[in-house]
Design a protein around this ligand. Structure first.
Ligand code: BES
Ligand code: MN
Ligand code: ZN
Length: 495
């Protein structure tokens, strides 16, 4: 859906559907009252009858008389007047799209962003209006035939300018938000694909196609022979357990000066994680197709940078492999040599994410990065520690950590920092190699980050563990596109 700005008198708008806010308590919004006074007080009457509750997310569609330039009105509840919070607002936006998406309406006009929301300004409201609408309209259809959902009629949403935000600012804000939303959708689309379609080669082909689409984006794919030459023994050891060849995908967005050091983002692209010889239990194993969500978020962020042609240098790296129990797979006790030269004792073949990431992180140094941020569905322990709401954040630099935490807050895509203290490091001691790939059951998210930190000593680095936040389970099973919004905000704030 396209978002455009519009202005004019509320009571004279010519639109197939006007979205107006209503409150459950207190006086109604000025816009709603002005419109209503020009239209026989029908809304006030409807509210009096109790057909629209005004509770956050409640909706009621009203048909207007044939002579009226506004053909329909959708009343959308925002809770008590003066008490609408960020969650109420987001609920209301989602509800408005859900109420309209199956109707034959191509164009709508929303005034929700004119309603007051505690602690939030107009730009936040316009951004969320765009993002939440895109989320409500996201449809997975790649592998559906008879059960494929019908395409929506919705095409354009006008956003009404007011005293707090002019048409230009709306257009700019909506344009940025649309590219973030497209990045999120691109990440979700890749993540939701099954492991037999979305293989490392599929991801590599997707990157190549993106490189052809955007002139600012340079794409480079390393195959196993290339990685062999670079000495990526750790990454390649994981891929040996599968028939799909590994790929190391690099996407470079060159929008800044040549002298500007890039932000490098590295995403785990494990297209299916069965655990290898340390095989996982079968229940719920299908969800391990989501073990490439970190990589998918890198695709989403690179697309956002390219679409907006951001004046900054960003490099996206996606090491991609499967983790399966082939006859040639890693065995517990095997020792491999990483590109950095450190030997690793593989005590559990299911701790494979760090094995592919460590070589990609060593490779990242080649871009002389300003900062490196990796994103990975790395540990089940992170889901235990933080649940499904916060992404785990660990960093070797507190300024970078604070910058990411702030970006997450601003974007409503939050992270929570865990300690990366030296005290945890002895848990990775091995009698036979420089380090072991697991640190025991205590502090699993932290010891995983400690493992990675051995490969990131030469630059400023942060690690995002998205095991809890990258997808939803149960009846809502599907990717969330997190943390594309957090990273987009981080990059936008640096532009
Ligand atoms: N991809 C998993 C982590 C994961 C588990 C993400 C559950 C989301 C939900 C990772 O490769 C893995 O298997 N990690 C192991 C590490 C352990 C063997 C030290 C884990 O978390 O169990
Ligand atoms: Mn695993
Ligand atoms: Zn994994």
């Amino acid at each position: 859906m396209q978002f455009v700005s519009t202005s004019g008198k509320i009571e004279k708008l010519s639109t197939p559907c006007l979205i107006l806010p209503v409150f459950s308590k207190g006086s109604q919004a000025k816009l709603t009252e002005t419109f209503d006074q020009a239209h026989d007080g029908q809304i006030a009457e409807t509210l009096k009858r109790g057909d629209a509750s005004g509770k956050a997310g409640n909706t009621l569609l009203i048909q207007m008389p044939a002579s009226c330039a506004t053909k329909r009105v959708l009343l959308v509840g925002l809770g008590e007047q003066g008490k609408t919070n960020a969650e109420d607002f987001k609920k209301a936006v989602s509800a408005s799209m859900n109420a309209l998406k199956s109707l034959p309406i191509a164009s709508i006009c929303s005034t929700l962003a004119s309603a007051e929301v505690s602690e939030k300004g107009s730009e936040w409201k316009v951004r969320q209006l765009v993002l939440k609408s895109h989320e409500a309209l996201y449809q997975y259809n790649q592998t559906l035939t008879t059960s494929a959902p019908d395409a929506y009629a919705l095409e354009t949403c006008q956003i009404l300018a007011d005293d707090n935000i002019d048409e230009d600012t709306i257009e700019q804000t909506a344009n940025t938000a649309s590219s973030i939303a497209n990045g999120i959708a691109a990440a979700k689309k890749l993540s939701d694909l099954p492991g037999n379609i979305c293989t490392p080669s599929y991801l590599a082909d997707t990157a190549t196609a993106m490189g052809e689409q955007y002139s600012s984006l340079n794409v480079n794919i390393l195959d196993e022979a290339d990685m062999e030459k670079l000495g990526m023994g750790s990454l390649l050891s994981v891929s040996r357990g599968s028939r799909q060849p590994a790929k190391l995908i690099t996407m470079e967005h060159k929008g800044g000066a040549t002298s500007q050091k890039p932000i490098v983002i590295v995403g785990k692209g494990l297209t299916f994680d069965a655990g290898g010889i340390s095989i996982k239990p079968s229940s719920g194993m299908d969800e391990m197709k989501y073990d490439m969500c970190g990589g998918a978020s890198v695709f989403g962020v690179m697309q956002m940078c390219s679409e907006l042609n951001l004046p900054i240098n960003v490099v996206g790296i996606v090491p991609s492999s499967e983790n399966l129990p082939d006859g040639d797979a890693n065995k517990p006790g095997d020792i491999v040599t990483s590109m950095a030269g450190l030997t690793i004792e593989i005590l559990n073949t299911d701790a494979e994410g760090r094995l592919i990431l460590c070589d990609a992180l060593t490779y990242a140094a080649k871009f002389k990065p300003d900062v490196v941020i990796d994103i990975a569905t790395l540990t089940g322990a992170c889901v235990v520690a933080l649940g499904k709401h916060a992404t785990g954040l660990l960093a070797n630099n507190d300024e970078l950590a604070d910058e990411l935490l702030a970006a997450g807050k601003k974007a409503d895509d939050k992270a929570w920092q865990l300690p990366l203290w030296d005290e945890y490091k002895p848990q990775l001691k091995s009698n036979f190699a420089d380090l072991a790939n697991i640190g025991g059951p205590a502090g699993g998210t932290i010891t995983a980050a400690c493992f990675l930190s051995r490969f990131t000593e030469d630059y400023t680095w942060a690690h995002l563990d998205i095991a809890g936040t990258a997808w939803k389970s149960g009846s809502e099973k599907g990717a969330t596109g997190r943390p594309v919004h957090m990273l987009s905000q981080f990059i936008l704030d640096r532009c």
